[in-house]
Structure formats: C-alpha cells, structure tokens
Design a protein around this ligand. Structure first.
Ligand code: BGP
Length: 493
C-alpha cells in the first residue's frame, strides 16, 4: 500500500447519513398510514434544552385515550410532523447528493404499509411512496440502506397483542418484511431488520411497543421476552430474504453499541466492564452466531428471568444469521463493580464520569477512540463486515444573523470519529461505510425535541412545529462534502 492510498478509505466505502421514518416523514395520517406507537411520543416543554430526560414512555392510560380518539390528544406529538420529508424528499435528497452521499439510511414506516399491522393486503399508497423515494435516491447514485423496524410498530398491534411481548407479532412482521423484500428487491440492496433491538432494555414501549403495566411479569423479563420474539422474527425475515432478494443483497442486524471501560484496574471493575460489554453485545451475538451466549443464559438463570422459548427456536435462530453488523456509536462508559446509585451521565444507562472526555450539551461523553476500540473488538468477535450506521452530535445550533450556522464543533466531532474509523480499517477491520446520524435536523428520538440538532442541514422549525421548514446548509455541510469527495483524504489536510 502506498502512502497516498493510506490517506483514503477503501474503494466503494459507502458514505452517507441515517434517519428514521418517524423522525423525518411527518404526514402521520396521510396516504392511508395508520397510527404507530411513535405517533404517541410527546415533546414535554418542562424539559429544558440540554437535559437528557427521555420522553418516549407512554402510559397505558394515555395510550388507550389516544387509541379511542383516533389519535386526538393535547400533547405536542412532534414525531407526527417530523420535518415533512414526506413532501420535501426530492429537495432533501438533492442536498444529500450535493454532499456526495453514496448511501442513505432510512426506515419504512410499518403502519404506512400495513396501517394496523393486521391487514392481509398492503396499502398501495404507502408502497408507492417508498418507490418514489428509492427511485429518487437511485437517480442520484445513492444506494438506499433500509431499516424495516425503527421504533414504530402499528399502534393497533400494541392494542391487540401488547406488542412484541406476544409471539403473535412474528407472523405480522414477516408479512411486512416479505412484502417489502418483494416490492423493493430491485431497488434496495442493503437491509437491516430491527434498529437497536437492545433499546428494549431501556424502554419496552419504544423498542417493542409493549405497555409494561399491562403485564404482571417483571420489567426485565418483559424486555428479554420481547427481545426473544424479535430475534425470531429477525431470523425468519433473514431466512425469507435469502429466497426473495438477489444474491448480492446484504442483510444485517443493528445494535446500540456502548463501549465499556473499567473505572479502575481492580479486576472486579474489569470483570464488570466485560459483563457490561457482553450484555451490550448480546443482541449482535445472537444475530451473528444464532445462539444465546453462555454468559447471558447464566445471567437469565441467576436473575430468574424466565424467557418462554419453544423447541424450534434454536433452529430458527441458527438459520437466520446476518451478513453484517450495523451499529450506532455515540459514547463510551465506565464500569464499576458496585455502581453509585446516583452516578449518571449519558445516553440510556448510568455511568461514572470519565475525566478524560468532554460531554455534549446533552451530557453524552465524546470518545472517538472508543469507536476504534469497538470496531476492533467487534471485528475480533464476529469477523463479518461492520457498519457504523449512526454516529453524530446533537447540539443547540444557532442560526446567526449572517444567515449561517457555524458548527465547527460538529466538524471536529465528525473528523475525529472518521479518523478513528480509518485507523480501525488500517488495523484490518472490514468497515462497509459510515452514515452520520441525522444529516438533516430531525426530531430527537429520546426527547422529541427539534432543538437537539444533528444535521449538516439546518431545518427552520421549533419544538412546537412552528417555522418555515426552510433548509439551510451549515458549515459542516461543506466539510462532509469535501471529505466524501476526497474519499477521506481531506481529513488529513
Ligand atoms: C439512536 C436512535 C435514533 C436516534 C439517535 C439519537 O438510539 O436509533 O433514532 O435518534 O439514537 O438519539 P436522540 O434522538 O435521542 O438524540
């Protein structure tokens, strides 16, 4: 390898951005779409910017009221309007193309295709919408990377089955998955079955459409049971895809990766970090290897978490293993044998503060080297291609009087993470590509805020849906374009 080659990423490396239907599309009741669980998530204005309080749980009572009223309620349901991608997709895709994207990660709203999830026939208008989006992407030379389920099962399935707590979800999901495979097999080459299945351990409503109050089982058990059903559904969808999709298609799993370090060199803390990592990687372990790891079986036994399984399940899991591991990476954590009850900073899980790392305005530790470590560890563990499909910085961007957003902090974040991915590639890790989370400002998953902005493109909209929705390029827009066009070499200039 010449020195010059070392400055660029491998040929064919996929460059792009990632989104989810419920955070961008809007038009929640248009085109025959049914209500989805994410349509009930609320932005709460007692939540000040910079607070990482999550707004994605919905109580059984709220859920019932919203179902009974056909969705009418007094909340600020910002995911219902998203950023109006449903109508503005052409302009947005043109901007992605201007940056040089070669891939775009998006999800298909299940309730657009099967409004209640219970229909036998799909909603043609919903299918046609995604045809138009895929055609637009392909016309710009952008490969769609499609997540089938990104936190938004049809709400009617929660009402009918209590979501993924029930095994009855599996045939419903399979119908949705195979309908998409059949319809889009000539347009979509890269597929992901479920977004961040390990979200179930944090919010069973968001991850699995389950109202925990409706079950008398312990919360942890509900989460593992719902996950087991999703593992089966994912494996069966992977298996079905082998018969439907062309042989060069690839289908992957996707986890929310958290990198753990021991807080001290005390072997007990070190062991704790190994265990924390194992729980985090449990979700990719099952989908890559087709079996539950021993350490998780032991954990379930010791914690008396009873996951109902059937005899055929072992075989189903083995027959539906994935081609690649996609993951989101936002931060690392410190593991401590006996964690302090009140220590907490960062996304979704309690953690000690790492004195070497700066935090984002939302308290997420910024750790680019952790991404290299994660890539190396996962490569050692799986030896199949890896794909960081989410990584990004949520910030309170300011639209200056000169009409610009000068987001040097986002450029620094982008550059430093990409350099570490490049290091991992030079370490021998096979990395398929990189999709920045939220290339255009969108509604936050966790807090339903608009003001938590990730984009290279600013969207003129506030937390209540007010604003012109105009799209404005930030400084980072030019930087990402420059990096992509040079296939990474601009990182070293
Ligand atoms: C991931 C989700 C995304 C996304 C991102 C950022 O966990 O897959 O949907 O939104 O996190 O999180 P947030 O929007 O809460 O800042």
């Amino acid at each position: 390898m010449t020195k010059n080659e070392q400055l660029t990423f491998p040929e064919g490396f996929l460059w792009g951005g990632a989104t989810a239907a419920n955070q961008i599309e809007g038009a929640f009741d248009q085109g025959g779409k049914g209500l989805s669980t994410s349509d009930f998530a609320q932005y709460k204005d007692n939540l000040s910017d910079g607070e990482d309080n999550f707004s994605f749980e919905v109580s059984a009572q709220e859920f019932d009221q919203l179902m009974a009223s056909g969705g009418e309620g007094d909340g600020v349901y910002s995911k219902r309007w998203g950023i109006d991608f449903y109508r503005r997709y052409k302009d947005d895709i043109a901007l992605f193309a201007e940056m040089g994207f070669t891939t775009f990660r998006m999800s298909i709203s299940w309730a657009r295709i099967f409004p209640t999830g219970l229909e036998d026939e799909p909603n043609e208008e919903g299918l046609a919408f995604y045809d138009k989006v895929f055609d637009e992407l392909l016309a710009h030379g952008i490969e769609p990377l499609v997540t089938l389920s990104h936190y938004e099962p049809p709400a009617a399935l929660t009402q009918e089955f209590n979501g993924w707590l029930s095994r009855d979800m599996i045939p419903r999901f399979l119908k949705f998955a195979t309908t998409c495979f059949e319809r889009y097999k000539d347009k979509v080459k890269y597929w992901i079955t479920f977004n961040e299945m390990n979200m179930n351990l944090v919010s069973v409503y968001t991850g699995a459409g389950v109202l925990a109050e409706r079950s008398d089982r312990p919360l942890r058990e509900i989460a593992f049971q719902a996950s087991h059903h999703q593992f089966l559904a994912s494996a069966l969808a992977v298996k079905a895809s082998r018969y439907i999709l062309p042989s060069d298609a690839m289908i992957g799993c996707m986890i929310n990766r958290h990198q753990y370090y021991p807080v001290t060199t005390d072997p007990k803390d070190v062991w704790r970090s190994v265990k924390d990592d194992d729980i985090n990687l449990f979700y990719s372990d099952v989908q890559v290897r087709g079996v539950y790891p021993g350490i998780i079986r032991r954990y379930l036994n010791e914690q008396e978490i009873r996951v109902e399984m059937e005899e055929e399940d072992d075989e189903i899991l083995l027959e539906g293993t994935v081609d690649f591991v996609a993951f989101s990476y936002y931060m690392s954590h410190l593991s401590k044998d006996t964690p302090d009850a009140d220590a907490r900073t960062g996304h979704f899980v309690g953690t000690e503060k790492n004195p070497y790392l700066k935090l984002t305005e939302w308290g997420w530790p910024i750790d680019p080297v952790g991404l290299r470590i994660s890539l190396n560890q996962m490569w050692d563990r799986y030896q199949i291609p890896l794909f960081p499909v989410e990584n990004g910085l949520g910030a309170n961007d300011v639209l200056e009087e000169d009409g610009h957003v000068h987001d040097q902090y986002r450029i620094d974040y982008l550059d430093s993470h990409l350099v570490q991915i490049h290091e991992a590639i030079k370490d021998g890790v096979e990395v398929m590509g990189y999709t920045w989370w939220g290339p255009i400002d969108l509604i936050s998953c966790g807090t339903s805020q608009m003001s938590k902005r990730y984009g290279f493109i600013y969207v003129d909209q506030d937390n209540y849906g007010g604003g012109s929705l105009a799209r404005i390029k930030k400084d980072s827009f030019d930087r990402y374009g420059e990096i992509i066009r040079s296939n990474g070499a601009a990182l070293y200039r």
